[in-house]
Design a protein around this ligand. Structure first.
Ligand SMILES: *Cc1c(COP(=O)(O)O)cnc(C)c1O
Length: 471
């Protein structure tokens, strides 16, 4: 399997060459040259597999530069009941007739990002070891991504993590999760500023090519192809659990921000998994809902980006969206480049409403969308607690509300549960007047010793810290 860039760069690359990278050299995103097709016989075989075996079979279709035995061992070591809480790894439970929750958030940091990040940690360690190289991961987080990256990379050979976060702005639980890690290869940098300041610093450091090379700086952001690929696996696992045979269709609803998670659903569907509809659920930051309703993709300004009670979906633009648009316009790289560079760059928007391709988003690719508000979130959390004695988090609530707007008779609807409620306790208290339970292993984490340094919102200060801690 070779990988191409959505903007037409002539080079074709292999999996391990793009494993440690983000954007392609021309600013595009990597995608496989074609989607491997899964036929009925293969689906029947896969249905019998455990999660890590399924992961191995699926990843093998996309990775041909890691020996099979090694990839198998990496999958087996990643997807264990010890790390993810159950033998099923992503257990499905029926909420009401035909509506299911697929639990993706029982990993170390209680959000679905662990599903991919835990694999990435093991792949990085393997590949760096093979090359005899080291990597310093520099990131910016407002919560879920940073903690998932740190828990995936802690104690890994050859990897250090430098994670910037806005000082005092993450939830107390998220701060405790990250800052209580004592592993010497994990560095928490609390920056005196907001999330955008952290992102600007990371961009500035990455743009200093000499510094980047000298200190072997890398990232683990959501455009990484390996992360997306790891997420494809749980669409298959969810499908098998929701159906008794492979002639059934299933729909999925996905709480969405950067379009990484639902893009994995798109890949699963392109491979031939019988998915009817992929429902994109957004919060008040409805860039994606607007596109699927109107054909206009309009990036929001910072002032126009809302801070909501489902904060992991607070985006101004969806960084993985270009992957889907590339497929939507018939894999035309010239057209994709024109949309993202020619239109989006200078104008902050592009408009496909008059393009015949746009109707394919629904007709051929199965997409639908809905948007939720804070009031919807509270109502859904209350209703789910009252009628089903089930506590859901704010992001999953956005998903459940959207799912109910796109049900079709006889087609199971699987809502992806992207976080546990304890991560967003304040809103649960607002909805229900009580705090969510926390898994026993998190009792008392707020009182643990903390490993975090405070830095000014200054590129030089962050560079100096990295330089000091790299040898
Ligand atoms: C990251 C995240 C999302 C959004 O996922 P994307 O892949 O960016 O669309 C939704 N919910 C939770 C809890 C998250 O952490």
């Amino acid at each position: 399997m070779r990988y191409l860039s959505t903007r037409g760069h002539p080079e074709r690359r292999r999996f391990c060459e793009i494993l440690l990278e983000g954007l392609a050299p021309d600013g595009g995103l990597y995608l496989p040259e074609r989607y491997p097709q899964v036929d009925a016989a293969t689906l029947a075989n896969w249905r019998k597999l455990s999660y890590h075996e399924l992961a191995f079979e699926l990843l093998s279709l996309y990775i041909d530069d890691i020996p099979a035995a090694d990839l198998k061992a990496i999958c087996a070591k990643t997807y264990t009941a010890e790390v993810f809480g159950t033998a099923e790894i992503v257990p499905l439970r029926e909420l009401e007739d035909g509506v299911y929750l697929e639990a993706l958030s029982n990993g170390p940091t209680l959000a679905f990002k662990d599903m991919a990040m835990q694999l990435l940690g093991n792949l990085f360690e393997y590949e760096l070891g093979r090359r005899g190289e080291e990597l310093n991961i520099l990131g910016a987080t407002s919560g879920d991504t940073g903690s998932a990256a740190e828990y995936a990379m802690r104690g890994k050979q050859g990897v250090r993590v430098f994670m910037t976060s806005p000082d005092g702005r993450m939830s107390p639980f998220q701060q405790a999760q990250m800052f209580s890690l004592q592993d010497p290869n994990i560095h928490n940098l609390a920056v005196a500023g907001v999330f955008d300041d952290c992102q600007d610093i990371v961009k500035a450091v990455s743009n200093d090519l000499d510094f980047k090379r000298k200190y072997r700086i890398g990232t683990v952001n959501s455009i990484n192809w390996a992360r997306l690929l790891a997420q494809v696996v749980y669409y298959f696992a969810g499908y098998f659990q929701a159906t008794g045979s492979n002639d059934r269709q299933v729909s999925f609803t996905v709480p969405s921000g950067n379009f990484g998670n639902v893009c994995a659903g798109h890949v699963a569907r392109m491979m031939g998994l019988p998915i009817r509809t992929l429902v994109v659920a957004t919060n008040e930051n409805d860039v994606l809902d607007e596109f699927f309703r109107t054909g206009v993709y309009r990036v929001r300004s910072a002032a126009d980006t809302h801070e909501t009670s489902s904060p992991s979906m607070d985006i101004s633009k969806a960084s993985n969206f270009e992957r889907f648009v590339f497929d939507l316009v018939g894999r035309d790289a010239v057209k994709t480049r024109a949309l993202f560079e020619g239109d989006l760059g200078p104008k902050g928007r592009f408009d496909l409403s008059d393009d015949p391709a746009f109707s394919q988003a629904t007709d051929r690719f199965g997409f639908a969308s809905s948007r939720s508000t804070h009031a919807d979130r509270l109502a859904t959390i209350r209703d789910t607690d009252r009628r089903f004695a089930t506590l859901i988090d704010t992001h999953t609530a956005d998903g459940l509300k959207a799912a109910r707007e796109h049900l079709s008779p006889g087609v199971p609807m699987v809502v992806l549960e992207t976080a546990l409620p304890i991560k967003f306790a304040e809103t649960i208290v607002e909805a229900l007047g009580r705090s969510p339970d926390r898994p026993a292993r998190f009792n008392g984490i707020e009182a643990l010793p903390r490993r975090v340094v405070k830095l000014p919102a200054d590129v030089g200060a962050v560079k100096a810290y990295i330089a000091q801690h790299c040898d």
